[in-house]
Design a protein around this ligand. Structure first.
Ligand SMILES: *Cc1c(COP(=O)(O)O)cnc(C)c1O
Length: 220
């Protein structure tokens, strides 16, 4: 299978309301261009420097999504162009994104990352921490960010029931958080599902899937 065929095959199965993020981390620009030729315009990267390099090289009508954990001191390198930051998990990080977005006269869309997996290592907020952020007075002062949804990763396991349970949990957190909408907070995007579990995620209400290896092949 070629990259183009992989993308077409995945897109053919997606409901209309589900957006495909092509996760191109570690892959060369030539691979991304092959995806681009099929009409794919949304790419996800997990390292800011790598994303910035690819942004410079690739056509300018691409939307770049940062899907990895973000270090505060590196926000400035993506602030001029990033379309959506998936992995936001603190007010401190939101403040920095707001500051750098303001410097660039932009409003940057963010997703809050929720911890749903069993593994301790994965980043993210629990429901209580999410509520603290959504209701904080600080957030109301941040005019250069917009919280547009939540993101999560299920446990890396073959147990489909467990994955389903975790995605259902995230969907219910998302639905509840939607009732806390404020000025700069309009939750519309539920980012969940990767190569191994995106069909389950879609069944559970995902509106955005992040697919890497099923498009570009395995990573070293
Ligand atoms: C790498 C990565 C993906 C894509 O993983 P695949 O299993 O290759 O589809 C999705 N989301 C995040 C946060 C990632 O880091």
């Amino acid at each position: 299978m070629t990259i183009a065929n992989n993308i077409k095959a995945i897109k053919a199965t997606l409901p209309e309301n589900v957006t495909l993020v092509a996760v191109s981390k570690t892959k060369p620009v030539s691979d991304l261009l092959e995806a681009y030729e099929t009409g794919q315009r949304i790419f996800g990267e997990n390292k800011i420097q790598e994303m910035a390099d690819k942004w410079e090289e690739m056509p300018k009508d691409i939307q770049w999504h940062m899907i990895g954990h973000v270090q505060t001191n590196k926000v400035k390198y993506m602030a001029p162009f990033v379309q959506l930051i998936h992995g936001v998990d603190s007010l401190k990080l939101l403040k920095e994104i707001n500051k750098q977005a303001a410097k660039n006269n932009r409003v940057i869309d963010c997703l809050l990352q929720i911890h749903i997996a069993e593994e301790e290592t994965k980043f993210g907020l629990d429901q209580e921490e999410l509520t603290v952020i959504l209701t904080s007075a600080d957030l109301q002062e941040m005019h250069n960010i917009k919280i547009v949804g939540v993101m999560g990763m299920a446990t890396f396991t073959d147990n489909q029931n467990q994955i389903k349970k975790e995605f259902q949990q995230l969907k219910s957190i998302f639905d509840q958080a939607k009732t806390q909408q404020t000025n700069n907070c309009h939750l519309e995007i539920l980012s969940m599902g990767m190569s191994g579990d995106y069909p389950i995620a879609i069944d559970c209400g995902s509106t955005m899937i992040r697919v890497g290896s099923s498009i570009f092949g395995g990573r070293n």
